[in-house]
Design a protein around this ligand. Structure first.
Ligand code: ADP
Ligand code: ZN
Ligand code: ZN
Length: 726
């Protein structure tokens, strides 16, 4: 047993063999340092074997098995093997996709840092007895510690001043900082609220299912208290000594969620995993998950690959969110991989959403997943907002605003309530246009249009990031009167400022939140009541609770109604439901106004009724008739090259290579992609469909092996299984 079979971070569907005298089967899943070309590289040992196909003199010895970090478990290797097979990507790429950066490189060493905790001393108990303390924060901290020991991050999350207060309490000799043994923390759960009848029923149904694999779709309207269900299920898993994995679309946009989790599980080690963490921190968190020390892992899609030896529960919140699908490299769906993990581990997985993905909902209707519903808002006084369409053909629109919207904004200002004007685009004015010759500001590198962000006086392509100066004249005909066309958030902000000079207007979009920390400052500004009108894009639509917000105005939603992308209406519905869910969360009733040319469109009618189920049934009927997912399974082969001809040519050749098409497979003609040019490459794709997932998988496996065997060339290609973008 002295041959290591090693996977590397390479797009090659093969393993590499090395000699290693002291190897044992216990090294499977270990990282290893080996010579590679004229450098050294880190690989992962996938097998330890007796012999190799490579002749002895050609086999190189490994430098060192990196035993300082524990081996990746068998179940983890099985998980990556599943992804490798299902997404038809090389094993090495899948393995390394799952590892944090520090573990992928040679030359870094680690020791697992244990999360610190605090406990109350006798002196502290005495001080508690002599209440009240002058500092409210110190009192809060002592009170928490008087109930049980607390993890350091949970205490730090209480306030910005907590660090200083803890240091002072320590030097007063009232509390003590220590490192608990892994798994020693208690898992105390703060109940905070009593469940309502609907929540109790949902929880009861999941509990009745008992242990073992089960997929639940928790379909609950915004504000129905889905988080409370997750928390109780996690508490149950922790009590059984298991770990819980919670996946959310974008953690950086929901800092309150992590805080809420820490408050409710004050003495439970919790780590987050997302791309916003520094390399070192992310590696630490990953290792804590692997060692079992972290009982709760809260993360974005990449967290689905965290090794979790004691996994007992998975929650995927906002399961319909497109960010769960990775759009480059290993194009996996974290939701689907999570379902695989739940089956592998034989545990419960809960997919939560107010607007489930159509695929997920279809599974729930067919009984493959269990459907659980929460149809009331959890806070007793909170009502669903009233949704009205404003027929733009009936009104004189000024600077993009219909008079009823202006009046509604005025009324909120007069009552001291907040409004959100929702736009689904960024930038000052999406494109620059010449009225004389119809020239528009297209990107030279992509087939998209460049937009004009007001602040930096430049045209910018949101696809590839290209920048150019704003031209003074039309580059085509010389006309000096070229003007911005369309309406972006910056332009709208300027319009609103003119119309409501007394209002405090806050624009929240990707541009205004680019700097670290600026988004959380804006959230504080909103919660503190220091903003009257919010101008926002989808980043405001997700998971925030603004109790004083009573009006949402939607200005430019119509585009998605008649889009070429069959998923556009589903996305629009989800987005509008989400943004509508921001209005009227606490005691105040909410109102949603949608400016549209099509006030009778079924999507808007369903929205006004808050009727997801009805809308989903309509969509499913349309999809069935048109032969779209979930009634068929899809994959696309994409190619990109300097010239479109080359990309299309490659796809044609690839189609021939596939041989005669089996009866249950449909192979379509290659077509240029909707956004054909991206970063100076031309892109085309070829769609493959089948009524049988198994048939599609068999076909793709044979085909991709042939494709990998093709000689290297200037065309880059990849397969995308279950694609969501075209
Ligand atoms: P969702 O995730 O379904 O949109 P949340 O979990 O954010 O909803 O809950 C919305 C609000 O309702 C939160 O402020 C939460 O604290 C509150 N809430 C949840 N459950 C209850 C309950 N049983 N009683 C009172 N308030 C509740
Ligand atoms: Zn571009
Ligand atoms: Zn012109």
């Amino acid at each position: 047993m002295n041959i290591l079979r090693v996977a590397f971070d390479l797009p090659l569907p093969r393993l590499f063999d090395y000699r290693c005298a002291d190897a044992t089967v216990a090294d499977v899943g270990m990282r290893v340092l080996v010579p590679f070309g004229n450098k050294q590289a880190v690989g992962v040992i996938v097998e330890v074997a007796d012999k190799s196909e490579i002749s002895d003199e050609k086999l190189k010895p490994a430098v060192r098995v990196l035993r300082e970090t524990p081996a990746l478990g068998r179940d983890w290797l099985e998980l990556v093997q599943f992804c490798c097979d299902y997404y038809h990507r090389p094993l090495g790429e899948v393995v390394f996709n799952g590892l944090p950066a520090r573990l992928r490189r040679p030359g870094t060493t680690f020791s697992l840092k244990q999360e610190a905790a605090y406990r109350l001393n006798a002196g502290g108990r005495e001080a508690m007895a002599q209440l009240p303390l002058r500092s409210k924060l110190k009192h809060t901290l002592l009170l928490a510690l008087s109930q049980s020991d607390c993890a350091e991050p949970a205490l730090l999350a209480k306030s910005a001043g907590a660090k200083k207060a803890l240091a002072e309490l320590r030097s007063a000799g009232w509390i003590e900082r220590y490192h608990p043994a892994p798994g020693a923390m208690a898992g105390r759960f703060i109940e905070k609220v009593a469940l309502n009848a609907g929540q109790q029923q949902v929880l009861g149904e999941i509990e009745r299912h008992g242990p073992g694999y089960g997929v639940f779709l928790l379909h609950g309207i915004t504000g129905s208290g889905k988080t409370e269900i997750y928390l109780r299920l996690i508490a149950r898993a922790l009590a059984a000594g298991r770990q819980a994995l919670v996946l959310v679309p974008e953690i950086s946009l929901t800092p309150r969620l992590e805080q809420e989790f820490r408050e409710r599980f004050p003495d439970t080690p919790l780590v987050s995993l997302h791309s916003g963490l520094a390399d070192g921190e992310r590696t630490q968190h990953w290792l804590q998950a692997q060692s079992g020390a972290a009982a709760i892992v809260l993360g974005t899609r990449l967290a689905v690959f965290a090794p979790l030896p004691k996994l007992g529960l998975i929650v995927v919140d906002e399961e319909q969110d497109a960010s769960f699908k990775q759009q480059d490299g290993l194009r996996y769906s974290a939701r689907d991989v999570a379902v695989f993990r739940a089956r592998q581990a034989g545990i419960t997985i809960v997919l939560g959403s107010a607007t489930p993905a159509i695929e997920t909902y279809a599974h729930a209707l067919s009984g493959r997943y269990r459907l659980l519903q929460l149809s009331q808002r959890a806070v007793p006084q909170a009502q669903l907002p009233l949704v009205h369409c404003i027929d733009m053909r009936q009104h004189k629109i000024e600077e993009g605003l219909a008079p009823p919207v202006v009046e509604a904004l005025q009324a909120r200002l007069a009552r001291g309530e907040q409004s959100l004007v929702f736009l689904n685009r960024r930038g000052y004015a999406p494109v620059l246009m010449c009225p004389a010759c119809d020239w528009v500001s297209g990107c030279k590198r992509c087939s998209t249009r460049m937009v004009v962000p007001l602040a930096d006086r430049q045209l910018r392509c949101h696809h590839c990031g290209a920048n150019t100066a704003i031209p003074r004249h039309c580059p085509n005909c010389g006309n000096a009167d070229i003007r911005p066309f369309g309406r972006g958030t910056q332009r709208l902000e300027a319009t609103l400022a003119l119309r409501f000079p007394q209002a405090r207007i806050l624009r929240v979009d990707r541009d205004s939140t680019r700097n670290k920390g600026s988004f959380s400052r804006m959230l504080e500004q909103i919660h503190g009541g220091r903003a009257d009108i919010l101008v926002g894009t989808q980043i405001l639509a997700k998971g925030h609770d603004f109790p004083n917000l009573t009006l949402v105005a939607v200005l430019n939603a119509d585009g998605a109604l008649y889009s070429a992308d069959y998923r556009a209406p589903e996305r629009l519905f989800a987005q509008l439901m989400q943004v509508a869910g921001r209005a009227g969360r606490a005691g105040l009733p909410g109102e949603v106004l949608i400016q549209t040319q099509y006030p009778r469109h079924p999507l808007y009618l369903a929205l006004a009724q808050h009727d997801y189920a009805g809308f989903a049934r309509t969509l499913l009927a349309e999809r069935e008739q048109a032969g779209f997912p979930p009634f068929v399974f899809e994959a696309v082969l994409r190619a990109e090259a300097a010239e479109l001809k080359a990309a299309l040519g490659f796809l044609r050749e690839a189609a021939k290579l596939a041989g005669p098409t089996p009866e249950n497979i449909a192979l379509y003609d290659p077509v240029p992609m909707t956004v054909t040019r991206l970063a100076e490459r031309e892109r085309a794709q070829l769609l493959i469909q089948s009524g049988s997932r198994k048939a599609l998988q068999t076909y793709l496996a044979l085909w991709s092996a042939k494709l990998h065997a093709l000689p290297q060339r200037d065309v880059r290609w990849h397969l995308d299984v279950d694609p969501i973008e075209f």
